[in-house]
Design a binder for this molecule. Structure first.
Ligand code: GLC
Length: 467
C-alpha cells in the first residue's frame, strides 16, 4: 500500500498548481474572446443573452444527443418556475456512432416521429430545442456548425455542416411532423438555463459525465451579456499547457484513444476515461511488481474496469476493515482472492484519480467565478460522474472554496464571491424547451395561440389571458 501511495503521488495536485491551471485557462479565455491571433482555446458564443424570468410558458419538444443514449422529450413550462415533462430514451448503437451522418439524423427523426405519434402530437405545430452536446460554432440560436466530434462519436459527413439543417432535412421526410427547429444548444447551456429558471442567480453550467464542459454568462468582453460555451474538454490540447501534470498513464490512454492529442483536459476528468485511467495505472503497477498479478490479472483487458466501479469502491471508507463495496467490484471481475491490502490499494488509486478530476474542474470553476466577480453565483451541475460519485460534489465545493480566495489576495479585490452548486434536474430537456421558448416569445403576442386551441389541455400565456 505504501508503495502504491508513492508510485501515484503525481496524481495529487497542489493548490498552487491548480491556481496556475486556473490562471492559464483565464488567460487563454481572454485571448479567445478577444479574437486574438494564435488562440489556443476555441470558445463558442451561444447567442443566448438572457436568463429565463421564471414566467415562461408553453409546450415544446426537445431532443438530447451527446452521451450513450438519445432522448426525446415533451415539456410543458408552466410559469412560476414550474415545468412538467415526459421523455423517452432510445439507444444509439455503435454502428450509428461511427456511421454516416444521414443515417444518424434519419434515426433521430424516426425516434421523434414515434414519440410524437405515441403521445398524440401528430400534426400539431411545435417548436423544438435540440441539445446537441458536441463542439459547435453557432451563428444564431438555431444554426450550429459542428467543428469536430468528441467522446465516442465519429460520424462521417457531419463536421462543418449545420446540425439544424441536417435535422430539418430528416424531419421533412415525415408529412405529419409540423416541427420547427427553434434552438440548437449544448448540454452545459441547457443546464445553466434550466437552473436559472429556478434560481435567478445561476450563471454557470457544468457537465461532468461522459464528457466534461463548462459554460458561463460573459458580461465583460462582448457587446452584451452572452452565454459562452468554453469547450473546456479541449483545454491543453493546442499548446500542451497541461503537460506538466499529465502522467505517463494519461499519455498512454490518449495514445489508445479515437482522437489522439485532442480533448486532453477531458481525458483526465470525464466519465468516459476515469475507469480506464485507473485500469492503466493498475496494469503499470502490476508490471512493476507493486501489485500482485495473481489478483489484478483481470485488469489487463481494455475497458474491464469502469468509472461506475470507481463510484462504487469509494462508498467504502479508505480505512475500512472490510471493504465491502471494493470486494464486490473485485467479485464482479471474477477476482475472489483480493486481500484487505489489495482493496486499500485499489481504493487509493480510485480516490486519487477521481479527486484529481474534481480538482481540475474546481480550478476552472474558481477561475470563472473570479472573472465574473459576482457576489452570489449559483452553478448548475449535471452528469453521471457528479451524480454517482459519492464525494465528488463535496470535493468540488471544498476546493473551489479554497482556490477562490487565493485569487482575491492576488488581485487585491475585496469582493467576497459566494457560490452554490445546484444539481440540475434534466437540464438538457428543460433547458432546450426554455431556449426554444425564448425564441418563441413573439409568437405569443397574437390574440390566439394555435397550439393551445388544437391541443386543448395545454395553455400558453395568451390563451390563459383570454380563457
Ligand atoms: C464533450 C463535448 C461538449 C459537451 C461535453 C459534455 O466535451 O465536446 O460539447 O458539453 O462533452 O457532454
Amino acid at each position: 500500500m505504501q508503495h502504491v501511495k508513492q508510485a501515484t503521488n503525481e496524481l495529487v495536485l497542489s493548490d498552487q498548481q491548480l491556481l496556475f491551471i486556473g490562471k492559464t485557462f483565464a488567460h487563454q479565455l481572454d485571448f479567445a474572446l478577444n479574437g486574438c491571433a494564435g488562440q489556443t482555446l476555441q470558445v463558442f458564443p451561444t447567442f443566448i443573452d438572457q436568463i429565463p424570468q421564471g414566467t415562461e410558458r408553453g409546450h415544446f419538444l426537445a431532443l438530447d444527443l451527446g452521451g450513450t443514449n438519445f432522448r426525446v422529450l415533451y415539456i410543458r413550462l408552466e410559469g412560476d418556475r414550474q415545468s412538467w415533462l415526459i421523455n423517452q430514451t432510445y439507444s444509439v448503437s455503435q454502428q450509428l456512432m461511427k456511421g454516416r451522418g444521414e443515417d444518424l439524423f434519419d434515426y433521430i427523426a424516426s425516434c421523434l416521429f414515434n414519440f410524437v405519434k405515441e403521445n398524440g402530437l401528430l400534426n400539431i405545430k411545435l417548436k423544438l430545442g435540440f441539445t446537441f452536446s458536441f463542439p459547435c460554432k453557432q451563428t444564431s440560436r438555431n444554426q450550429a456548425v459542428l467543428t469536430h466530434w468528441t467522446k465516442n462519436f465519429q460520424v462521417s459527413g457531419v463536421v462543418s455542416r449545420d446540425i439544424g439543417e441536417m435535422l430539418k432535412c430528416s424531419i421533412a421526410k415525415y408529412e405529419n411532423l409540423d416541427i420547427e427547429v427553434a434552438a440548437i444548444l449544448n448540454d452545459t447551456t441547457g443546464t445553466l438555463i434550466s437552473c436559472a429558471y429556478q434560481e435567478p442567480d445561476c450563471r454557470m453550467g457544468v457537465i461532468i459525465g461522459t464528457g466534461v464542459n463548462i459554460c458561463y454568462m460573459e458580461s465583460h468582453c462582448l457587446d452584451k451579456e452572452m452565454i459562452i460555451n468554453t469547450e473546456i474538454g479541449a483545454f491543453g490540447s493546442a499548446n500542451h499547457c497541461l503537460d506538466f501534470i499529465r502522467t505517463r498513464w494519461d499519455k498512454q490512454l490518449d495514445e489508445g484513444s479515437l482522437n489522439v492529442g485532442q480533448q486532453l483536459f477531458e481525458k483526465m476528468v470525464s466519465g468516459m476515461y476515469l475507469g480506464e485511467i485507473v485500469r492503466t495505472i493498475v496494469v503499470d503497477l502490476m508490471k512493476a511488481g507493486i501489485l500482485s498479478s495473481q489478483v489484478f490479472g483481470a485488469f489487463t483487458a481494455r475497458n474491464s474496469f469502469t468509472t461506475s466501479n470507481i463510484s462504487c469502491i469509494e462508498l467504502d471508507s479508505p480505512t475500512s476493515a472490510s471493504f465491502t463495496h471494493t470486494k464486490s467490484v473485485f467479485e464482479s471481475m471474477q477476482i475472489s482472492q483480493a486481500s484487505v491490502d489489495d482493496c486499500a490499494s485499489l481504493h487509493l488509486i480510485c480516490s486519487r484519480v477521481s479527486a484529481r478530476s474534481a480538482h481540475l474542474v474546481s480550478a476552472v470553476i474558481a477561475a470563472l467565478l473570479n472573472r465574473m466577480a459576482r457576489r452570489q453565483t449559483v452553478i448548475g451541475v449535471d452528469g453521471s460522474v457528479y451524480r454517482c460519485h459519492p464525494h465528488y460534489k463535496t470535493i468540488v465545493n471544498d476546493k473551489v472554496g479554497t482556490l477562490l480566495p487565493l485569487y482575491d489576495s492576488d488581485d487585491n479585490s475585496a469582493l467576497v464571491k459566494h457560490f452554490r452548486l445546484m444539481l440540475s434536474e434534466d437540464g438538457s430537456g428543460r433547458g432546450a424547451a426554455l431556449i426554444a421558448s425564448l425564441s418563441a416569445r413573439p409568437t405569443y403576442q397574437g390574440v390566439q395561440c394555435e397550439d393551445c386551441s388544437r391541443l386543448g389541455q395545454i395553455e400558453c400565456p395568451t390563451c390563459v389571458a383570454t380563457a
